[in-house]
Design a protein around this ligand. Structure first.
Ligand code: ZN
Length: 500
């Protein structure tokens, strides 16, 4: 007779298999599926999600948890099995608050809504998307009611991406970031912009992908356990640590888009590929939370790949691939161009100084939506007003306005703030890594990333979801989420770049 913990793992392992299968279908939907497959694919995924949800929320899970718990109580607090029981019980209590039929209906409608969003965005047709978006907002509000909350319905949704995070915590951090980032953006706007004309020249897709993936491999992305494809909205997904995939999108007349998306998604992938194998096929075989995941994508995309020493190292190689387009450009000019600050329409293309302003705008709108202060029909107009207020730009259409992101198309409310907090956590973690091993920064200049990756693997990646985000922050950096390292990083880097 195997132990109760082993029986629990066997049960959770089957659920894990089903959810990996569902993610394969999701990956295919975003990459290779012909548009005609949407309706049937929605049905496939709805069935899987219903199976996953009902199996996980079953009495069987509760019985196995109850049996396993006493076996793990005498283990050290950090033992995999003890963490497994604790985290799974929290997940269980949360997810059984949603009825299975509700989850299946949401999944099915979200899949279709996402498909409509893709077509409506291409056609710049917000009215076609609007009824689906209304339905998604309704699902999100109903989910908040099912989950329950003390202070604000948004807390219930945030908890799904960042367990334990409250609306008030988000406000506290954004309130510190807001004036600092607005002041910095304003000071920079008084300065002369660096040249960036060369970024818009002719850059064949093939060579962009070749460069991005070669650098990703040097970061440590294991291509025996990974691959790169094209998707309309870049993402990373994984089916266990041995199959971790990334996507990007190409613009042959704008070089930074694809390569920085590759570096960003590689940051996510490094996290997933380096979770301890002892956690495989369990619910702990995943990054800790959205904030921690985004901290890693932003760390590799920005703190590493937008640094001066990175481009001193890699610009010569880039110029070999694009000799005509980069003939009259120096490494330093390239570094300045990919860090130029310019209020813009698109969040994913925003520079580091204005990026969080895009998030603050979305956070305010999500507050309005969840509180029924903003109607879906009014979104394009409210969006435009807020864009002018926060960034001083006016969207020419809805494609590059309210329809630019995929998140709302599936009812994912509460997700956006984790991007801003991820920036903050990335800087906090990087600062800690540099204090522990000051040689890390110099290694970037030599194209060596093993020091940084090793430190992150040891201190962060290997733990997967063993700890709650608030606990992991203290474990990795010695303190809770703190906006100061990010603000100091921005002020130092952009102060030097713009001579402030
Ligand atoms: Zn990301």
């Amino acid at each position: 007779m195997s132990s109760a913990v082993e029986q629990l793992k066997q049960h959770l392992g089957e659920i894990h298999d089903l959810s990996c299968a569902s993610r394969v279908l999701g990956w295919d939907q975003q990459t290779y599926m012909p548009p005609g497959g949407a309706r049937q694919r929605a049905q496939h995924r709805a069935t899987l999600s219903r199976l996953i949800h009902s199996k996980f929320t079953s009495e069987e899970t509760l019985r196995l948890l109850d049996a396993a718990e006493p076996e793990t109580q005498s283990l050290p607090e950090e033992h995999d099995d003890r963490c497994l029981v604790r985290i799974v019980r929290r997940d269980y209590e949360r997810s059984r608050k949603l009825p299975s039929d509700f989850v299946a209906a949401w999944t099915r409608d979200a899949s279709l809504s996402n498909q409509v969003w893709r077509e409506a965005r291409r056609a710049n047709d917000f009215p076609a998307f609007r009824p689906h978006l209304e339905s998604m907002m309704d699902y999100a509000r109903r989910a908040a009611d099912y989950y329950g909350y003390e202070d604000h319905p948004y807390d219930a949704l945030l908890d799904g991406y960042e367990p334990g995070l409250k609306t008030a915590d988000v406000r506290r951090v954004l309130d510190v970031l807001h004036p600092a980032q607005v002041d910095l953006a304003r000071a920079i706007s008084q300065k002369e912009a660096p040249r960036a004309d060369f970024l818009y020249r002719e850059y064949p897709e093939g060579a962009q992908g070749e460069f991005g993936l070669a650098v990703a491999a040097e970061f440590g992305y294991d291509l025996q356990r990974g691959r790169l494809d094209v998707a309309p909205h870049p993402f990373e997904t994984d089916f266990g640590r041995d199959d971790v995939r990334i996507t990007t999108r190409y613009d042959c007349h704008y070089l930074p888009e694809a390569i920085f998306a590759i570096f960003h998604e590689t940051g996510h992938a490094l996290y997933e590929q380096n979770i301890s194998p002892s956690l495989s096929r369990t619910p702990l075989d995943s990054g800790c939370s959205n904030v921690f995941h985004e901290s890693q994508s932003r760390l590799w995309e920005n703190l590493v790949s937008r640094s001066r020493s990175f481009w001193q190292r890699y610009f010569p190689r880039l110029r070999q691939l694009f000799p005509a387009a980069l003939a009259d450009v120096t490494a330093d000019e390239f570094y300045r161009a990919v860090n130029r600050v310019q209020p813009s329409l698109i969040r994913v293309e925003a520079d580091e100084v204005t990026y969080n302003l895009h998030i603050m705008l979305r956070f305010e709108l999500e507050m309005g939506l969840i509180e029924n202060q903003v109607g879906v029909a009014d979104l394009p107009e409210v969006w435009a007003v807020k864009m002018r207020e926060y960034l001083g730009v006016t969207p020419p259409d809805d494609r590059d306005g309210v329809m630019q992101d995929t998140h709302w198309s599936t009812g994912s409310l509460g997700y956006f703030p984790t991007y801003a907090l991820g920036n903050v956590m990335g800087a906090q973690i990087y600062e800690t890594a540099l204090q522990a091993d000051p040689g890390i920064a110099a290694q970037i200049n030599q194209g060596r990333f093993d020091g940084l990756r090793g430190w992150l693997g040891e201190n962060l990646y290997q733990h997967g979801r063993k700890f709650l985000p608030g606990e992991l922050a203290v474990r990795v950096t010695g303190r809770p989420l703190d906006p100061q390292p990010y603000i100091a990083y921005l002020q130092h880097k952009f102060g030097e770049l713009y001579g402030l």
